[in-house]
Design a protein around this ligand. Structure first.
Ligand SMILES: [Zn+2]
Length: 256
């Protein structure tokens, strides 16, 4: 369950993420008033088996059975903040009725691990975002200079500039002309981030490696910070929208 919003005094509009039909929004009648109607199981991030009927307007939820409640996510504000951010990215990106099996499996995996709690939350979030980028087709170029093509391994400096707009890393030789280019049509500064080589290697590992192994990758504190900074800048940039849940997540992280 990706999203739930109140609809009038009695009903809820619920958006489910399904393996074969992508995003599906349904109306759950009397779900707000009567706890009995759906036995209080219509909670965010839970995995349900649902039956709904199509007709005019929104499909109507008929039955719901709980498969996995992920209670530990909902009772922990930091876990809730991470799951809300991932859910908002999915909700923003996918269309109603469009199958997204790989993304579904990814979301199920990170929610499951978030609930269990063995993998640090920032690691899961970087993993989710790297995979999300490659599944949704806007994966960043982290392997060679976006401008001259020299490989990342052959770049001299350890801290490498990532150009958000160009979607790739830029070597030390190409950086200076780029920094001095003045584009009068552009509003605000060029968006760029610096990432060290070690972090880039780990990000690439996440993009290409399998899920279970990726969860066991160990990050240094610096890599965690850089990985979060990079993914939380690049993903919203390419989505063209700042997710509201990201501001909330950052607030929670600061307070923790
Ligand atoms: Zn270059």
């Amino acid at each position: 369950m990706l999203r739930r919003i109140d609809y009038g005094d009695y009903d809820l509009i619920i958006t489910f993420f399904t393996p074969d039909s992508g995003k599906v929004s349904v109306i759950a009648k009397s779900a707000k008033r009567s706890k009995k109607r759906f036995a209080g199981i219509l909670e965010l991030f839970s995995v349900l088996q649902v039956v709904f009927s199509r007709g005019r307007g929104l499909p109507v939820l008929q039955e719901a059975t709980l498969n996995q409640p992920f209670i530990k996510i909902r009772t922990d504000i930091k876990k809730t903040a991470y799951a809300s951010y991932w859910a908002e990215l999915i909700n923003e990106w996918i269309e109603e009725g469009e199958a997204q099996v790989r993304l579904y499996e990814l979301f199920l995996y990170v929610l499951g691990e978030l609930d269990i709690g063995n993998i640090p939350e920032p690691v899961l979030s970087i993993l989710f975002q790297m995979k999300f980028m490659s599944i949704s087709g806007f994966y960043p170029n982290l392997t060679h200079c976006n401008l001259c093509g020299i490989e990342m391994e052959n770049m001299k400096k350890n801290r490498i500039m990532f150009d958000l707009e160009g979607g790739g890393i830029v070597c030390e030789k190409c950086v200076s002309p780029l920094l001095s280019t003045h584009d009068p049509g552009r509003r605000g500064p060029v968006r760029r981030i610096y990432i060290s080589k070690g972090t880039i290697k780990q990000l690439l590992w996440f993009e290409n490696g399998n899920l279970e192994k990726s969860g066991r990758v160990r990050f240094s504190r610096q890599s965690l910070r850089e990985g979060l900074e990079f993914s939380e800048a690049f993903v919203p940039y390419h989505l063209g929208k700042m997710p509201r849940s990201l501001a909330f997540l950052r607030q929670i992280r600061r307070d923790a």
